[in-house]
Design a protein around this ligand. Structure first.
Ligand code: AMP
Ligand code: MG
Length: 341
């Protein structure tokens, strides 16, 4: 029997919206430090770690202070990594950045406590299935993009009994899409209520978004990861050729790919497994999936199966991801299955 929803969808969407907006301020602040600090090596991972933890603290604190009915969160970061003596400097930076958004009266314990909220592990039953209600968060999705000052995202979604019911996807470096060079887009979606887009860093008009209307796959633009290790880029070339696509693929880090798809910047997102044993993480797809679906698109894995969010913290039952505007999904899938064998 399906339990009734222990939360108000519209209220939680508003909490998620505010939480992601607040987190985006932190990640942007750390990123601008990064750009200005000439002493920092590009390969130095510490700034992204600081931003990751601060972002998770800010999201958890915002949800909690707003009175969210959902307290469990499956987050990518674990505060245990920040508690040790060797993390003293980093811990101080995280607290300082979190205070910048949450208020100067915040203690170190408060910050670590908020990060801990993301430590939920969905319990699995005897059949390997998870139920219940929890947030899932990627505080900085696309860390490589973050370090290159390119695309990254703050991705927050609510999962209820194995289904994504709402998502807030903040893309600090995505152009708002008008004639200006303004960046920062927030996409919101809730099951059955549609998807919308609004400016991430200021109050502005919230507009309904819709995937592209392309019905001929050869006319579609496709997007994929920048990282060749995250999606097979040789196979995507073969797939595009077989579909008759001549436009080059759009390479972007993070769930900004889902965001682009949801407003028609591209019509296909290919994520083709590079390793048999890799299980996609729920926080890498939950927010993006619901934004695309509520904007009219379709999301499956490379075999055409729906993404199954009822298997704990990974998409253990799936392989890769294919997302499209919908009308061309079956045609794309047929070619994907042929190329992947
Ligand atoms: P993207 O920016 O689309 O390349 O995706 C970034 C995400 O890819 C990260 O958050 C990782 O969780 C995830 N990731 C790491 N290794 C792999 C892999 N082998 N295949 C697919 N995704 C991966
Ligand atoms: Mg990620």
């Amino acid at each position: 029997m399906k339990s009734s929803q222990p939360f108000d969808l519209t209220a939680e969407l508003e909490h998620a919206r505010r939480a992601v907006r607040a987190a985006a301020l932190v990640t942007r602040a750390v990123q601008s430090d990064l750009v200005h600090a000439s002493t920092l090596e590009k390969s130095d991972k510490s700034p992204v770690t600081v931003a990751d933890f601060a972002s998770q603290a800010v999201v958890a604190a915002s949800l909690s202070r707003a009175g969210s009915a959902v307290r469990a969160m499956v987050g990518e970061e674990d505060a245990a990594d920040l508690r040790g003596d060797d993390a003293l400097t980093r811990r101080g930076q995280v607290v300082q950045h979190a205070r910048g958004v949450l208020g100067a009266d915040l203690s170190e314990d408060d910050v670590l406590g908020f990060i801990d909220m993301g430590g939920h592990t969905p319990p699995l039953d005897a059949d390997g299935r998870s139920s219940g209600t929890y947030w899932t968060l990627d505080p900085i999705d696309g860390t490589k993009g973050f370090l290159r000052s390119e695309q990254y995202a703050i991705a927050l979604a609510l999962i209820h009994d194995g289904h994504v019911v709402l998502g807030a996807l903040g893309c600090p470096r995505l152009p708002v899409g008008d004639e200006s060079d303004e960046e920062g887009v927030l996409m919101l979606a809730a099951r059955g209520l549609g998807a919308s887009s609004e400016p991430l860093f200021r109050d502005g008009e919230r507009r309904a978004i819709r995937v592209s209307a392309v019905e001929d796959a050869s006319q579609a633009r496709f997007c994929e990861s920048v990282e060749a290790g995250h999606s097979d880029q040789d196979q995507s070339v073969q797939i595009a050729q077989a579909l008759g696509i001549t436009a080059p693929g759009l390479r972007m880090d993070s769930q900004a790919k889902y965001a682009g798809l949801s407003r028609g910047d591209a019509s296909i997102y290919l994520r083709l497994p590079t390793r048999k044993d890799y299980q996609e993480k729920i926080w890498d797809h939950a927010a993006g999936l619901i934004v695309v679906e509520e904007a009219g698109g379709r999301v499956t894995d490379v075999r055409g199966a729906p993404l199954d969010f009822g298997r704990g913290s990974t998409l253990a039952g799936n392989a890769g991801v294919i997302a499209t505007n919908g009308p061309i999904h079956d045609a794309v899938l047929a070619v994907v299955m042929r190329v992947l064998g």
